[in-house]
Design a protein around this ligand. Structure first.
Ligand SMILES: [Zn+2]
Length: 164
């Protein structure tokens, strides 16, 4: 995987975790070994877990290449509980199939069932023709604030969710 590293803000610690972090399997970090805690999470929606901070929170990305959509679910540090984010959108820079980065806005999905609104939601989504049939996408999350902590220029790679 190739990323542009230029956009990574100083001081932001970026680690991919979950199924897609390092070519399959899981990521175990040195700090985890030191504390004895295994760094292993289950992506609740079958997507890719992107770590925010040092296990402070996660963003699960789900690439549905059949529908041509990319969905982000903010999650807690254990990647188990949904976390509602107070934002109308999450802006990202997206590269499809290794092509040039392009800006994309994932918009808050409102749901009467969960109480999510277009201003405050636990689910953000964008549809893009380019995503149809895409095996993977990569890029950076411009910024997202989870539980009052802001994370910037977070690098991610996400493979299409397997069908079924
Ligand atoms: Zn994690």
């Amino acid at each position: 995987m190739k990323f542009s590293r230029a956009g990574i803000a100083a001081g932001v610690f970026v680690v991919l975790c979950g199924a897609c972090g390092s070519g399959g399997g899981r990521n175990v970090r040195a700090s985890d070994t030191a504390t004895g805690a295994a760094h292993e999470h289950h992506a609740p929606h079958g997507g890719t877990l992107v770590e925010l901070g040092e296990e402070a929170a996660h963003l699960e990305l789900v690439l549905d290449s059949a529908a041509g959509s990319l969905t982000a679910y903010p999650l807690d540090g254990e990647a188990e509980q949904s976390v509602r984010v107070r934002a109308a959108r999450i802006d990202i820079q997206l590269s499809v199939a290794g092509e040039r980065l392009r800006p994309l806005a994932l918009m808050a999905v409102a749901s009467p069932l969960t109480g999510d609104t277009e201003q405050e939601s636990a689910e953000y989504r964008a549809s893009l023709e380019l995503l149809k049939g895409a095996a993977s996408v990569s890029g950076t999350i411009d910024s997202v604030a989870v539980r009052g902590v802001g994370y910037h220029d977070v690098v991610f790679t996400c493979h299409a969710r397997p069908p079924g």
